[in-house]
Design a protein around this ligand. Structure first.
Ligand SMILES: CC(C)(COP(=O)(O)OP(=O)(O)OC[C@H]1O[C@@H](n2cnc3c(N)ncnc32)[C@H](O)[C@@H]1OP(=O)(O)O)[C@@H](O)C(=O)NCCC(=O)NCCS
Length: 174
């Protein structure tokens, strides 16, 4: 008999315990990232945690996105969506379930805040269910009436529009 019947391959990335460590690369997104971005965001959207995105929207807004890769796998993303000369929204913040609680969410948000400061933005806000995470990063709960009206445009097509339970959070950039 020649050669092994079973070949040993690297563990699948779908097993969370496998990828607790390892090099990650943070960078601005390109159009080539749209497929994996949609996979990550829309998996959470299917659970009602995030808004679903389409390929068209992603292409239109790709310059908003920052991504983190672990090897060839996209494991986290966040978007900085500017509404006015002073205010922007953090959108589509997502970390692959197997990579949660390893500091990637913080790393991303800090990178997006640096980008926001470079643009001269004064405030960042988010609509979220994970207020504990945003509190850790210096965001406070605000009345959604304080946010720019234009920020509501996504709400119009949200399935929860009539009964929104997301928390509005805001941070003043120093
Ligand atoms: C929310 C999310 C982005 C956090 O990413 P993460 O990589 O797990 O977060 P980090 O490991 O960077 O955590 C940073 C800090 O926040 C805390 N934290 C993380 N998730 C938290 C949560 N759900 N509630 C309270 N605190 C949380 C961590 O314990 C850590 O605190 P520490 O620095 O004192 O140890 C991630 O859980 C996720 O993708 N969730 C699903 C999608 C989602 O809800 N996105 C937000 C849309 S607005």
């Amino acid at each position: 008999m020649s050669g092994p019947l079973i070949s040993i391959t690297a563990p699948r990335l779908a097993q969370p315990s496998v990828y607790t460590e390892g090099p990650t690369e943070l960078r601005k997104a390109t159009l080539r990232d749209i497929g994996p971005l949609l996979e990550l965001i829309n998996a959470y959207a299917a659970q009602g945690i995030m808004l679903p995105r389409t390929e068209f929207e992603m292409a239109e807004n790709i310059r908003d996105f920052t991504v983190i890769y672990a090897g060839s796998r996209l494991v986290a993303c966040a978007a900085l969506h500017i509404y006015s000369p002073s205010a922007a929204e953090i959108r589509s913040l997502a970390v692959d379930p197997g990579w949660k609680k390893h500091g990637l969410g913080r790393k991303l948000l800090e990178a997006v805040e640096i980008e926001a400061r470079e643009f001269g933005l004064k405030t960042l806000f988010a609509f979220t269910y994970v207020d504990g995470f945003f509190r850790k990063l210096g965001y406070d709960v605000v009345d959604r009436g304080e946010l720019p009206l234009k920020a509501w445009k996504d709400c119009l097509r949200c399935p929860k529009f009539q009964a929104c339970d997301e928390i509005a959070m805001l941070k003043h950039l120093g």
